[in-house]
Ligand binder design. Structure first.
Ligand SMILES: C[S@@+](CC[C@H](N)C(=O)[O-])C[C@H]1O[C@@H](n2cnc3c(N)ncnc32)[C@H](O)[C@@H]1O
Length: 280
């Protein structure tokens, strides 16, 4: 049994950052007629009850989605994300938070397909129930890193892979880099989104060096931190590494992230970064 349960963190600032960008990636994929494929290697349970005692324990959503919920000045690029959250809360009160599988489902068109893998048996069961009978979405109790070998390359030849590790094991940055290299060898034209937590400078530099050493081109780094550098009592920030980001995504991120930072940061500490780690 894995120790990490996302319900303790659902709807926190890192989820807002990741899911808002996820909607932009899915919208971009839906612009072409041809079907796309979506793989979520670390899928979680798909929908989170913020009233559950686990979610209430740290109540991280209060400094996350709750800060956006009542806002009437949501910037345009963030609207589709907010629409996904509103769709879970028909009564108008924030209680349910959609995970990445549920958000992705909202953007699948009739010919598109999603494969979701989750290694925690209970979570995989909950996810399976959520998508029971859905012919476009398939749930697997499977190691997400194995899933990259099992499902890539997809027959659709276009699509997105989200690798959203819980980072609860040592050497996860190295594992993530190796997994990206393996996946990219199998399917070089796919869009990849890798979530990671911001740690100390040494760890982050090593991660970036490792990613550059894979030889993969077109890697865009997006980061948001809401607490000062050196803060280590809780997650201070996170990033999304994008390989082959769709056209326009960089500009959207440059508009969205400063607004998210102003809305989510504690006393205006931290910041945002949008940078090509490896260009074309
Ligand atoms: C950060 S949560 C996922 C959240 C989800 N992607 C979302 O955005 O709603 C990470 C999940 O990965 C699962 N997990 C941990 N190690 C895994 C592995 N090797 N393969 C697949 N799932 C794993 C955990 O049980 C947890 O549910």
């Amino acid at each position: 049994m894995l120790a990490y349960r996302h319900l303790f963190h659902a709807g926190n600032f890192a989820d807002v950052f990741k899911h808002a960008l996820l909607t932009r990636l899915l919208i971009a994929l839906g612009k072409k007629d041809k079907p796309f494929f979506y793989l979520d290697t670390h899928a979680g349970i798909g929908r989170y009850d913020l009233n559950h005692e686990w979610a209430q324990k740290l109540a991280e959503h209060r400094d996350g989605i709750a800060r956006l919920w009542e806002r009437t000045d949501i910037p345009g690029p963030l609207e589709p994300y907010m629409a996904c959250v509103r769709a879970e809360n028909a009564g108008g009160r924030l209680r349910w938070y959609p995970g990445s599988p549920r958000i992705a489902r909202a953007f699948l068109r009739p010919g598109d397909r999603a494969e979701l893998t989750e290694l925690n048996r209970d979570d995989a069961n909950a996810l399976g129930k959520l998508f029971d009978g859905d012919r476009q979405v398939h749930v697997h109790l499977m190691d997400g890193y194995q899933a990259l070998k099992a499902f890539l390359p997809p027959k659709e030849r276009r699509g997105l892979v989200l690798i959203d590790s819980s980072f609860d094991r040592a050497r996860e940055f190295a594992r993530l880099t190796d997994a990206l290299a393996t996946a990219h060898r199998r399917w070089a034209s796919g869009v990849y989104a890798l979530w990671y937590p911001l740690m100390d400078g040494t760890a982050m530099h090593a991660f970036e060096r490792g990613v550059v050493a894979t030889g993969i081109r077109r890697i865009l780094k997006l980061e948001l931190s809401v607490l000062p550098e050196g803060w280590n009592e809780s997650l201070r920030g996170c990033g999304l590494l994008l390989v082959n980001p769709p056209y326009g995504l960089e500009d959207e991120a440059r508009k969205m992230l400063p607004w998210l930072w102003r809305t989510l940061s504690e006393e205006r500490t931290g910041g945002t970064e949008v940078r090509w780690v490896v260009p074309e």
